[in-house]
Design a protein around this ligand. Structure first.
Ligand code: SIN
Ligand code: CO
Length: 383
């Protein structure tokens, strides 16, 4: 699906990670994918992350979900908003909103958060660390944006909402259904519902911080190191001042660290697995009935499409020769030949049909079976 009046090359050159962009009337025909009632229903589910934010005379109150169904009847007519994370995991029509943005790699995608606001509702001026496309779904919202922030930008005390202490808008627009505002990381923004029934879809991206990468990579290395892998100096020479740590010792110590950090192949495999871990790894998507080897043929024989679980994260790394490492939901599958082709197809498309010839390949059938049993892939239900 292609957006109206949107040139990917120009966007990447002039806006991505640089400056906001308003895309008016971006969808060929806009159809709000989930109703306010359905969203409220998701906020009552215990496994779904949601927040209800209300402002009264400058005081902000945040309630974390799951919310009791009765909570919505108690709310006033103004100044509150409901936010539901990862709605794309549960509602395929919401997951479809990501499709026009697939020119950005899978590994950068986070989720689609959906907000519903009563008149005047919003989360206040703040900045995020991530790129976001804010799609107006229903009703109207005024968006204001300001100058780029950094770690020294003064914030209001009270943490949760990470609101800015000062906010001077440099631009503002009123978005209507089907309009999109792209906001780069650290650009402050403030969205306020104008009138009732305001719904906004945030297609959000992610980028690891250096701190996360170092900490999580080191955690992994630590799991695989043993205690007799340590500094040694069988060639020790006498030194004039026993207090000196010699340049030679520093070189050797430094090498102990960098040898492990510099192993690009090990890092690539680790990163693929780490990055493809699901947003909510504790949620179990495995099917009740596990597929046995051999059963996959009959399941797919009549052209039944294979679907990627929208909650799953798929990406791959290409190696020399004809092999790829497929990463799905924290696992790594080494795939060659037809299985490698299948891995690339799954990463490129949310739904694929497997040709009868492909199904004859044992590695293909084995890969599908493993991914199905993990809940990363499903078969389209008939009807
Ligand atoms: C909202 O939808 O109200 C908040 C989205 C955001 O500011 O990131
Ligand atoms: Co934001």
């Amino acid at each position: 699906m292609q957006l109206h009046d949107f040139d990917i090359d120009v966007f990447l050159r002039d806006h991505w990670q640089k400056k906001p962009l308003l895309i008016k009337n971006a969808w060929p025909s806009w159809d709000n994918p989930i109703t306010p009632d359905e969203l409220a229903g998701l906020a009552c589910e215990p496994q779904i992350e949601s927040r209800l934010i209300a402002e009264t005379d400058g005081t902000w109150n945040v309630e974390n979900g799951p919310l009791p169904e009765t909570r919505f009847g108690e709310l006033g007519p103004k100044d509150w908003t409901l936010l539901v994370q990862a709605t794309d995991h549960y509602v395929p029509e919401v997951a479809a909103l990501i499709e026009p943005f697939r020119f950005i790699p899978n590994w950068r995608i986070d989720d689609v958060m959906v907000s519903y606001a009563a008149d005047g509702g919003g989360v206040g001026p703040h900045y995020d660390q991530y790129d976001v496309f804010l799609i107006q779904g229903l009703g109207k919202r005024r968006w204001q944006v300001g100058q780029i922030c950094n770690a020294d930008t003064p914030m209001l005390p009270g943490g949760d909402l990470r609101q800015l202490a000062e906010f001077e808008p440099t631009d503002e627009w009123i978005l209507e259904p089907g309009d999109i505002l792209y906001v780069p990381p650290r650009i402050p923004h403030n969205g306020t519902a104008i009138g009732n029934d305001c719904m906004t879809y945030s297609v959000g991206f992610r980028a690891p911080s250096r701190a996360e990468l170092i900490a999580d990579y080191c955690d992994d290395l630590l799991e695989h190191l043993d205690s007799d892998d340590r500094y040694g100096d069988p060639d020790l020479q006498p030194q004039s001042n026993p207090g000196e740590i010699s340049a030679q010792a520093i070189d050797r110590l430094h090498a102990i660290l960098t040898e492990k950090m510099n192993d690009r192949e090990y890092f690539a495999r680790w990163f693929g697995q780490y990055n493809s871990t699901r947003k909510y790894p504790d949620m179990d998507w495995a099917p009740e009935k596990q597929l046995q080897p051999g059963e996959v043929h009959s399941m797919l024989a009549n052209g039944t499409p294979l679907l990627r679980n929208p909650a799953s994260r798929f990406s791959f790394i290409r190696h020399d020769g004809n092999s790829v490492s497929l990463f799905a939901d924290g696992d790594c599958y080494t795939c060659t030949d037809e299985a490698g082709y299948l891995a690339e197809q799954i990463c490129a498309h949310g739904a694929i049909t497997i040709s009868p010839e492909m199904l004859e390949s044992d590695p293909v059938a084995a890969l599908i079976t493993k991914l199905y049993n993990k809940g990363s892939l499903a078969f389209e239900q008939p009807g």
